[in-house]
Design a binder for this molecule. Structure first.
Ligand code: GLU
Length: 278
């Protein structure tokens, strides 16, 4: 049996880590306990990712006392640990979803979606069902051999309530078609989308508990649908509270002054960063 608490750290190297990342990663390390902790670099979007941020993340995390047991710098049985090097596996997962008739090609641009979305009640407009293909969603459609330069979406079961137990927050519910709509699993620039890559990797790397920020709660509901469609057992989940700055704004990677790098330079200690007010 896989380690019950085996976890992962999954930074996206588009900027310096801030206090919010530090706290989430510290909780992930603590919850993993002595079980394995995977370092996975989520650098799918090569244009936005930079190697210097990978190095900075490693250095900041080690300064905080957070250690991982497998990763691009340490190797391990699930290498490669960079998403940019795992395309073959993502294509295989795309193929399985296509075989299962769970996804469909969707040529609509973000602009089409925004224009057609009615009364968006969340930050992200819900993909309108009117933009689903009129026919060929199910088993009748001829299966494609590759994504073919178009975006692909997962067909969500409208009205279905997805409920999961969160190790920090307790029971969480999201409703497909209301909280989120058909979501992109393959991008038209021929990259796996976040939801597919994360599920594919957490499964392949035998992650037992996914620990991440609570901004991803709705993504977790989407990912549970992907696990189901693929016939895989989902991991356990724990979503950490988001850290806000003094003005109550969520920390973004660009928030000046709250990068771990800057706080280190200002003489703050790891313990202060992990527990004190921001
Ligand atoms: N790479 C994502 C991020 O930095 C985290 C993804 C996840 O934990 O599932 O926001």
């Amino acid at each position: 049996m896989a380690d019950v608490n085996r976890g992962r750290l999954a930074p996206t190297p588009t900027g310096l880590l801030h206090v919010g990342h530090a706290r989430t990663f510290a909780i992930a390390a603590e919850r993993a306990g002595g079980a394995g902790l995977v370092m996975r670099i989520e650098d799918l979007d090569r244009g936005r990712c930079r190697e210097e941020f990978v190095e900075a993340a490693f250095d900041d995390l080690r300064w905080l006392g957070i250690e991982w047991t497998e990763g691009p710098d340490l190797g391990g049985p699930h290498a490669p640990y960079r998403q940019s090097q795992r395309t073959d596996w993502y294509l295989e997962v795309w193929r399985r979803l296509e075989q299962a008739a769970a996804i469909y090609p969707s040529p609509h641009s973000r602009r089409d979606v925004e224009a057609a979305a009615t009364a968006p009640h969340s930050a992200e407009p819900i993909f309108p069902t009117a933009l689903r293909p009129a026919s060929g969603l199910g088993a009748g459609r001829e299966r494609a051999a590759d994504p073919g330069g178009v975006a692909w979406r997962f067909l969500v079961p409208d009205g279905r309530v997805i409920e999961f137990e969160d190790g920090i927050r307790g029971t969480v519910r999201r409703t497909a078609g209301i909280d989120f709509g058909d979501f992109v699993i393959w991008r038209r620039d021929d990259l796996a989308a976040y939801e597919l890559a994360v599920v594919a990797d957490d499964q392949a790397m035998q992650i037992a508990e996914v620990v991440r920020g609570e901004d991803l709660l709705t993504s977790t509901a989407r990912q549970i649908l992907l696990y189901e469609a693929l016939g895989w057992k989902p991991p356990n989940w724990a979503h950490t509270p988001l850290v806000c700055d003094a003005a109550g704004e969520r920390l973004a990677k660009r928030t000046a002054g709250l990068a771990i790098r800057d706080l280190r330079a200002a003489g703050r200690s790891p313990a202060e960063l992990l527990t004190g007010p921001t």
